[in-house]
Write a protein that binds this ligand. Structure first.
Ligand code: ZN
Length: 107
């Protein structure tokens, strides 16, 4: 008994490359913006701390995977930005505070 399904092999590496979580882009831009604020001028910006800040925020915000045509993409991205902007700022602010209180970087 062999079903056709068992023969299907999808190109996971290729698909993975094309799956982009738009929240990642928004979070990274928000981190950059917030770190320019005077109250965060002493925050460590080493790779470890930035990754910890980004991971903290991304684990608490909804993922937004978009696979659609460009025009549609723009509309959906704008809707998404308006929806989550406030959440992103407060979540990233909390992430910066928590990571900088107990940084995992060496030295
Ligand atoms: Zn650091």
């Amino acid at each position: 008994m062999s079903s056709k399904k068992e023969e299907i092999k999808i190109n996971k590496a290729n698909l993975q490359k094309k799956l982009n979580n738009y929240t990642e882009k928004v979070v990274l831009e928000t981190i950059e913006d917030l770190l320019k604020r005077p109250e965060f001028k002493d925050i460590c910006t080493c790779e470890q701390c930035l990754l910890d800040i980004a991971s903290y925020a991304l684990n608490r915000l909804p993922a937004k995977y978009i696979a659609s045509s460009q025009g549609e993409l723009r509309t959906r991205v704008t809707e998404f930005e308006n929806q989550v902007q406030v959440d992103v700022i407060s979540t990233v602010t909390r992430a910066i505070e928590i990571v900088s209180r107990d940084p995992r970087h060496q030295g």
